[in-house]
Ligand binder design. Structure first.
Ligand SMILES: [Fe+2]
Length: 276
């Protein structure tokens, strides 16, 4: 019988405290509430949920209180990493029962071996800065960790995108020196996906011999604007999530779903065949 693992992936909830709106316009708390409801109703149920950073909007303790309260309704195990809007110390203080967050003292990097797919979380956040970095120590740890289980399909998660997206204002705050991460990945063919947030829309690129893919935002999406020096802006396009479905027969296949419910499902066929 084929081994299987279904991984739900959401990103960038940007939760604020006290019902405040992000950028005075976006109800991010309600967006997370709807996402939790959507994930709880998925069939089949995912084995786990990953959230790839920007958990809260300004890294404040009260924001993490709100974020945690909203997550309490999620009936699935969840794993977290920080983004540039987070504060790793406040994150850890708010989730002491998430023991994987404490695997390393300096940064929130971790490996979880509880599922058929090995999950590795990296901490690319730089306090006070919008761009991302991975230290040589983190890259060495990633390399050494991947060496230990070359037989296990592996998913690597970080917040910042390790590729050039073509959206200029986001490419001024990417994972810096992403080629150093790519060099590590090139040595480990078991890495089936590199997943990230930060871009607030789904973008795919090859990185280090594997597929890197960014998750849509939970509430607001970064505008699809490929003009050089395009302005920094967002749009209230449909929020979404990714489902990374792995099986020992088919490998990893990634789907995108939407949080909002649209009309349907409707049948293609009736008793006379394809509906005309
Ligand atoms: Fe974000």
């Amino acid at each position: 019988m084929a081994e299987q693992c279904l991984i739900a992936h959401i990103s960038d909830p940007h939760i604020k405290a006290d019902g405040r709106l992000s950028y005075r316009r976006v109800d991010t708390a309600n967006a997370l509430r709807q996402a939790v409801s959507t994930l709880n109703q998925l069939s089949p149920q995912p084995d786990l949920v990953l959230i790839s950073g920007d958990l809260v909007d300004f890294g404040q303790p009260q924001e993490y209180v709100t974020f945690k309260r909203l997550l309490e309704d999620l009936r699935l195990p969840v794993y977290l990493i920080p983004g540039n809007h987070d504060n790793r110390d406040h994150l850890r203080a708010s989730f002491p029962e998430h023991r994987y967050l404490f695997q390393h003292a300096e940064v929130v990097q971790w490996v979880v071996d509880d599922f058929p797919v090995r999950i590795i979380g990296l901490d690319s956040s730089v306090p006070g800065a919008p761009h991302g970095e991975l230290s040589q120590a983190s890259l060495d740890w990633l390399d050494a960790t991947l060496v230990t289980r070359p037989d296990l399909p592996t998913l690597v998660m970080l917040h910042h995108h390790p590729f050039v997206s073509g959206i200029d204002h986001m490419d001024r705050q990417p994972l810096r020196e992403a080629h150093r991460l790519a060099e590590v990945l090139t040595r480990h063919s078991q890495v089936e996906r590199v997943i990230c947030g930060h871009l607030h829309r789904t973008i795919q690129a090859c990185v280090g011999g594997t597929l890197a893919i960014s998750c849509p935002g939970l509430s607001h999406q970064v505008s699809l604007d490929l003009t050089p020096n395009g302005p920094s802006s967002f749009q209230l396009e449909p929020p979404g999530y990714l489902l990374h479905q792995w099986s020992s027969i088919n490998g990893m296949v990634t789907h995108q779903g939407f949080i909002k419910h649209y009309p349907g499902p409707f049948p293609f066929f009736d008793t006379n065949g394809l509906i005309d």
